[in-house]
Unconditional design. Structure first.
Lengths: 115, 115
DNA sequence: CCAATACGCAACCAAATTGTTGCCTATTGC
DNA sequence: GCAATAGGCAACAATTTGGTTGCGTATTGG
């Protein structure tokens, strides 16, 4: 195998999650949705300086990567957080931190062994 | 206070970190740097389908948000990972997951109390 | 019942992103 | 010493992003 394909796919997937979180508007939408309740688009637009349509686009981006889900309720579209993708990348970042410590310890051991 | 200002600043900061991670090329650069060692730009460009200049731009983006640091060594520019910003957003995501659980428990308690 | 509310769709725009190429300078090792 | 190596800078192009406005449809509550 020229390149670990599963790892590449994971990288692509995680990048889409990070990318979805990489916008202040979307990140504050996520924050608003932490309460576990469902919120309509209009509700999520209040206290915001941008238009409902812009918020709608951001919500679609979050929905496309699975960070939120939506259901129609009458004339409203209700959005709820789904933390699974967030947990996924959270664990990934935790692993990086662990790997980092391991790498530093290995370097330290190497240096001490050869001093 | 119309809006929690510190929270907004944090949101902006975290969004820049997530945005830096929100690109497959940059995410794989981070992966290559987990070994704790320093890597030159040319080294980081091998096994990549894009040019050295493109890699340089990505490294600058990572450097601007503090995920990597660079030092000049002769004719080389050596890059090293700095996991602090990653730990910062990792903890943030962990908090979201916790808040989520708390919110769901509160909802459950509310429903049970009023059934 | 009908005005107000909630939202979708599409066109459009400016700015940012991602990549390229060309060229130049500095460093190194044979 | 000089060719090869490492990388910086700038200009350019294509695509994506983040936002707007205009307008249409569906639902609702008084």
């Amino acid at each position: 195998m020229k390149n670990n394909n599963a790892a590449v796919i994971d990288t692509e997937y995680r990048a889409t999650i990070f990318s979805a979180l990489g916008d202040p508007t979307r990140l504050s939408l996520v924050t608003k949705l932490i309460d576990g309740k469902s919120h309509s688009i209009t509700t999520l637009t209040t206290d915001t300086h941008i238009t409902r349509q812009a918020i709608t686009k951001h919500l679609r981006i979050l929905e496309n990567v699975g960070i939120v889900t939506s259901i129609k309720a009458g004339r409203e579209s209700l959005y709820v957080l789904d933390p699974k993708p967030l947990e996924s990348v959270q664990k990934y970042l935790a692993i990086i931190a662990n790997e980092w410590d391991r790498s530093l310890n290995n370097l330290k051991a190497f240096v001490e062994k050869n001093h």
